[in-house]
Write a new protein. Structure first.
Length: 411
């Protein structure tokens, strides 16, 4: 009988009378492949540590139901919307991971007015904690969870954290590591003997999926930008297991398949503007300035041609509803997408006016991009939008700290 990890731990969560402590592992609000897999893999790692999962001498996973503590992976999106992320759905289906078995931030257990009230444990005091993966800062509407945060695993530039999490005990942050999955797997291999990697719970190909995508399969010109030696080390280790087990899998073909599915123009455009905006969306706090940032898997130009500028702007405007004029002036909707293999388009929108000139942002970009060509244009349509074309090496992870510094200094 095939071992179903998520169903096994959900059964413990719902039916184990000896349970005294629950630790939820929360990914980021974009719920991209790296975030989802990092939460999933860290829960496996921690459940191995605390003895919920036991490996036999042959490497077969067994469940120990007589436990007092459990780690549970949470996808930081509304339940029922994971299918917007067509690459993740493909991978989960391929490895028989049922998306319904995850915990979601929209589940009632995370409702602020009903927080951590466990219906199956009404007469017990269940200690509850939170681990953040692939992000360090909770969004404004999730700040009520701050006092539960005890641990952080992230690969982004460290934001100033003092005072945010009074119960924080540990931070595992390495920048500019290409993938948060790398950090999780690096700890994972320190926990288990390398010759006993739990392939029946975590197939190596599944484990390396986000690393392949985030590093673009280790493109040489992205070294030090999108990947570092640690990413390559973990990848090579997983590759050895695949080869040793004689799995009939070609990693190069698998990577191309994921990439093609993620960027499938027809399937993405079928989703509509709102899912395209929400499925890989993050929010950033830049002092008085705020940013909502969506990464598109297809070109912004293609989306504009399909739906029109008015439809896109109308969807941008939903994020300004209920805000004061001052809040609107200081809130910016940003997108990024590829134009071709060598160019990325970043857009910055405000429904009233952008607080900078073309010359000012060009000067800022030149500080970081002296050699390669780039282009900046500002257009007016129901507000103002700045279009910035940058080299293909740029990503949200790289450009966000630059914009943060720029916007933070705007008075």
């Amino acid at each position: 009988m095939e071992f179903n990890y998520l169903k096994e731990i959900r059964n413990i969560y719902e039916n184990n009378s000896s349970l005294l402590e629950i630790i939820f592992i929360l990914g980021n609000t974009s719920c991209d492949l790296d975030s989802a897999l990092s939460a999933y893999m860290l829960s496996i790692s921690e459940n191995l540590k605390c003895g919920i999962i036991i490996l036999s001498k042959e490497g077969k996973p067994l469940i120990n139901e007589n436990v007092s503590k459990i780690y549970l992976p949470v996808l930081n999106i509304k339940r029922g919307t994971l299918h917007y992320r067509i690459d993740i759905k493909y991978i989960f289906d391929k490895f028989n991971i049922d998306q319904n078995d995850f915990w979601y931030i929209s589940d009632s257990i995370f409702d602020q007015n009903n927080l951590f009230k466990y219906k199956n444990y009404e007469n017990k005091d269940i200690k509850t904690s939170l681990i953040l993966v692939d992000h360090t800062i909770l969004t404004k509407d999730q700040q009520y969870l701050a006092d539960y945060v005890i641990d952080i695993h992230d690969h982004h530039l460290l934001t100033n954290l003092p005072g945010l999490y009074k119960n924080l005990k540990r931070m595992n942050i390495k920048y500019p590591t290409g993938s948060c999955s790398t950090l999780i797997l690096n700890d994972f291999l320190c926990i288990k003997k390398k010759e006993n990697f739990p392939t029946e719970i975590l197939p190596p190909l599944l484990a390396m999926s986000a690393i392949l995508v985030d590093t673009e399969k280790f493109k040489e010109n992205l070294y030090g930008i999108r990947w570092v030696d640690l990413d390559k080390k973990i990848y090579k280790y997983l590759k050895k297991i695949i080869k040793k087990n004689k799995d009939d899998i070609k990693i190069k073909e698998y990577y191309k398949l994921i990439k093609d599915i993620k960027h499938d123009e027809e399937k993405n455009l079928e989703l509509g503007v709102e899912p395209l905006l929400s499925k890989d969306q993050k929010t950033f706090d830049w002092g008085q300035k705020k940013a909502i940032w969506s990464s598109f898997p297809v070109s912004f130009y293609k989306i504009k041609n399909k739906f029109g500028v008015e439809e896109i702007n109308n969807n941008f405007m939903k994020y300004y509803q209920g805000k004061s004029e001052e809040e609107i002036k200081n809130s910016f909707y940003i997108t990024n997408s590829s134009i071709d293999k060598n160019k990325k388009l970043f857009t910055i929108f405000n429904p009233i006016k952008l607080p900078f000139t073309k010359e000012e942002i060009e000067k800022e970009i030149k500080k970081y991009n002296e050699k390669e060509e780039f282009n900046v244009e500002i257009e007016t349509s129901k507000g103002e939008m700045c279009n910035i074309i940058l080299p293909g090496t740029y990503s949200r992870k790289i450009f966000e700290p630059i914009l943060k510094g720029f916007f933070s200094n705007i008075k």
